[in-house]
Design a protein around this ligand. Structure first.
Ligand SMILES: [Zn+2]
Length: 274
């Protein structure tokens, strides 16, 4: 109902209320791209607690549900996500350049980097919770989400991008990556963070969102259970949830998505690190 409400609200803004005056009865163009929406319209959709994790489109390619920006086409949506990803990639490059690579350094620099890492480890031990089990592939000082939030052989059942929705059969944009996982598989936070929200809805099922530094958030869907609660500090590589089959799915799996500065990005490049 909330989605329908927002959509009607948006239509009213775009088309205009016919009772207001004859001038507004002139046919208005349906928004072709996000550029046709006003700043206020975009913000009202994004700040209303509306957290679509998947958008769906009609046969002509216009978004009909789960839209971040109502009425736009799949191509528009993918372009927005690509733009977001490009901005985030600049941040990723900067972050990776800050990580010491001892093999490329002189002895002096190596020692300095070692000291920096030891100092950092001390700070982490002091301020972030110990966790067990932990993901051995995730460094304890990792501040941004890199790598896969699962341990062991991970099989991607549905990559990021445009797809036909496996349940509804409608064209859709998949804003995350699906990993196959038996119910009860541990999910690990890929970076130091704070649990932003834990919720349940029809499509995501049991959901979890963690905020990290540098403007990153990670989103997890279809969980069996969430082991942390809102406001909890979580360490990098610490177990935070168990995978499940809740929400709209064709079988047990983990839906994993990354947001940067409040916008979804293509997470592939981040998942492939480590
Ligand atoms: Zn998914």
């Amino acid at each position: 109902m909330r989605c329908v409400g927002i959509y009607v609200f948006l239509l009213l803004i775009i088309v205009g209320d016919p009772s207001v005056g004859a001038s507004l009865l002139q046919p208005q163009p349906f928004p072709g791209t996000v550029a046709d929406l006003s700043f206020t319209q975009r913000v009202s959709l994004l700040t209303d607690g509306y957290e679509p994790w998947q958008a769906e489109y009609d046969a002509s390619g216009r978004c009909i549900s789960g839209c971040v920006y109502g009425g736009i086409t799949i191509q528009d949506e993918l372009q927005i996500l690509e733009n977001n990803t490009n901005v985030a990639n600049a941040n990723l490059t900067q972050y990776l350049n800050q990580i010491p690579h001892p093999q490329n350094q002189t002895n002096n620099t190596t020692q300095n980097n070692q000291n920096q890492l030891e100092n950092l480890s001390g700070i982490i031990a002091q301020y972030t919770p110990r966790c067990r089990p932990n993901n051995p592939n995730t460094p304890a000082n990792q501040e941004i989400p890199l790598g896969v939030p699962l341990v062991g052989t991970t099989h991607i059942t549905s990559p990021y991008g445009a797809r036909t929705h496996p349940v509804t059969g409608k064209p859709s944009v998949h804003r995350g990556i699906d990993f196959s996982a038996a119910v009860g598989t541990p999910v690990y936070s890929p970076a130091i963070g704070t649990v932003e929200s834990v919720w349940t809805d029809n499509s995501c099922g049991n959901g979890l969102k963690i905020s990290h530094s540098n403007g990153y958030e990670t989103v997890y869907c279809h969980l069996d259970s969430v082991l942390a609660k809102q406001g909890d500090a979580v360490g990098a590589g610490c177990v935070v949830a168990k995978t499940g089959d809740s929400g709209i799915t064709t079988g047990p799996h983990l839906h994993y998505a990354i947001k940067y500065n409040g916008e979804y990005i293509n997470p592939t490049n981040w998942v492939n690190q480590n």
